[in-house]
Design a protein around this ligand. Structure first.
Ligand code: G16
Length: 504
């Protein structure tokens, strides 16, 4: 009997060894998506080591870069990484192809250059596999000779901040002291001491944002932050958080209509607000409108939206900002455009991802200087954005209802559809709101839109989830729902989808 057990164990060990070896030799063909690699965590072990190598190479042996291990708004089982470039922003698009090549290469073909004086800042979210995957990133960095600066569990914007600070000469930004000090000092310069205190519940989606919220408790004039849905209270991003609330338009877990609420996502780079018993959502469009209307009183403001922006927000902004542009979905696209327009460039995707860029950062009008310190200049930052919103609401003396009333959203609906291969769908390069292929599917959508009062709809493959996203808006909610469902059926018919839909 003992011999049989020994043989079985030996066979199992050999099988695992062979499987691991094969996986290293032929890693999965991952695609660099909207915000980096993202997949089921089990598929990422090889890719993460390669990402460590790539990040070190990108620093050129001189500058700091960063890797954040996170799948952000995705379910707990997924993981991924966001690679942070030397300026603290997202990895330059020109490097995405190189990242893909490296992640997909058989081990025997990987050439590792020396990057001895480089630094790679490595951070991670709270997923159970994030620590192990971060270790793989570190192993990749070590292969190049570059130094690893492990900042542990941090929000994505905090990691971006560390990289930028290091490259701007900070000796060490890893304790995040400078990050919190900057937020607190800037906010307290806008909101004076003695301002009546408002409590803001922050639905942290079961993720890392709760740690940042706790750090800020008791430090902000007239604002008491309370972390709701902390790590361990709920399953990450499930039934709570910015993505759930914005897409499903349903209250997050532990919502209390008597309290002021905002919701962030699993790595704390997105923010939406919600309120009331009839549950109203103030999404990224409304945040952009609030900030643009205030800042526009003092300087020239430009705004960048994506095709997902609600038509009513576009109409509102078009009469209030000096420049309004549309970019493809993804922070990397909207950020680049916003950095190029007017004195202040504001971008927010409706899902809550955004920030305010002070393009004349060295000389913002005096009144706006603290806003320029408060707004994260690298990437969307849910915590910084919540402080911006609260500061403007206080300056305006507005309630959430006052803010919500600046315009009425057009009824809209977002759905998802799983299909066997979402690469079949090729959207236009400008705004991703029309399909170049399959043409018949685009014609079918055009036909559905033409029959819907004030209808607008488009479909595009997600770059973070294995789904096709469907967006529809119309004059009434039943019409928007019907248009979205009809587009969903059209996608399934054209691309062979079965099940996996969702959203309503
Ligand atoms: C990421 C990007 C966002 C984008 C979102 C959805 O967010 O940073 O800019 O809007 O994915 O992208 P897609 O529609 O391609 O799935 P996060 O918060 O998940 O990192």
């Amino acid at each position: 009997m003992r011999d049989v057990v020994v043989v079985v164990l030996a066979v199992a060990a050999t099988a695992v060894f062979v499987w691991k070896k094969r996986r290293r030799q032929r890693p999965p063909q991952l695609k660099y998506g909207t915000a980096g690699f993202r997949a089921d965590a089990k598929l990422l072990w090889v890719a993460m080591e390669r990402v460590g190598i790539l990040a070190a190479i990108r620093g050129g042996g001189k500058k700091a870069t960063g890797v954040m291990v996170t799948a952000s708004h995705n379910p707990e089982r997924d993981n991924g990484c966001k690679i942070v470039d030397t300026d603290g922003g997202m990895l330059a698009e020109a490097w995405e192809g190189r990242a893909e090549e490296l992640a997909r290469a058989p081990e025997a073909e990987v050439r590792v250059p020396r990057c001895d004086d480089g630094v790679v800042v490595v951070g991670r979210d709270t997923r159970r596999h994030s620590r192990g995957l971060a270790d793989r990133v570190k192993r990749g960095v070590a292969r190049t000779g570059a130094r690893v600066l492990d900042v542990g569990v941090v929000t994505t914007p905090q990691l971006h901040h560390c990289v930028r600070e290091l490259n701007e000469g900070a000796a060490d930004a890893s304790d995040l002291f400078g990050y919190y000090r900057k937020l607190v000092e800037a906010y307290n310069r806008i909101v004076p001491p003695g301002t009546p205190t408002v409590e803001l519940c922050v639905d942290c989606a079961g993720g890392v944002g709760a740690l940042a919220v706790e750090k800020l408790r008791g430090l902000l004039n007239g604002l008491e932050l309370v972390a709701v849905n902390r790590v361990g209270d709920v399953e990450l991003n499930r039934g709570c958080g910015a993505e759930f609330v914005q897409k499903e338009r349903k209250p997050p877990r532990n919502y209390d209509p008597r309290r002021r609420f905002c919701c962030i996502d699993g790595d704390a780079d997105r923010l939406v607000y919600c309120y009331g018993r009839d549950f109203r959502v103030l999404d990224g469009d409304k945040i952009a409108a609030l900030l643009a209307s205030y800042l526009g009183e003092y300087c020239r403001v430009g705004c960048v939206q994506t095709a997902y922006a609600n038509g009513a927000s576009t109409a509102y902004l078009s009469t209030r900002v000096d420049s309004l542009a549309t970019a493809k979905t993804g922070v990397k696209h909207v950020h680049a455009k916003a950095a190029d327009i007017m004195d202040v460039g504001i971008y927010f995707e409706p899902n809550g991802h955004g920030t305010v860029l002070f393009n004349n950062a060295k000389s913002p009008p005096e009144r706006l200087a603290p806003f320029a310190s408060l707004a994260n200049q690298c990437v969307g930052d849910a915590i910084a954005d919540a402080l911006l919103v609260e500061a403007v609401l206080k300056l305006r003396n507005w309630s959430l209802e006052d803010w919500d009333a600046i315009y009425d959203d057009l009824p809209s609906r977002q759905l998802k559809q799983k299909i066997p291969d979402r690469a079949l769908l090729v959207p236009d390069e400008e705004t991703e709101s029309r399909l170049l292929h399959p043409e018949t599917l685009q014609l079918a959508i055009d036909d559905l839109v033409s029959k819907t009062p004030r209808g607008r709809a488009f479909v595009r493959p997600s770059g973070t989830e294995d789904v096709v996203r469907i967006y529809a808006e119309a004059a009434s909610q039943p019409d928007a729902d019907a248009l979205a469902r009809a587009c969903q059926r059209a996608v399934a018919d054209a691309c062979g989808g079965g099940g996996g839909g969702g959203g309503i």
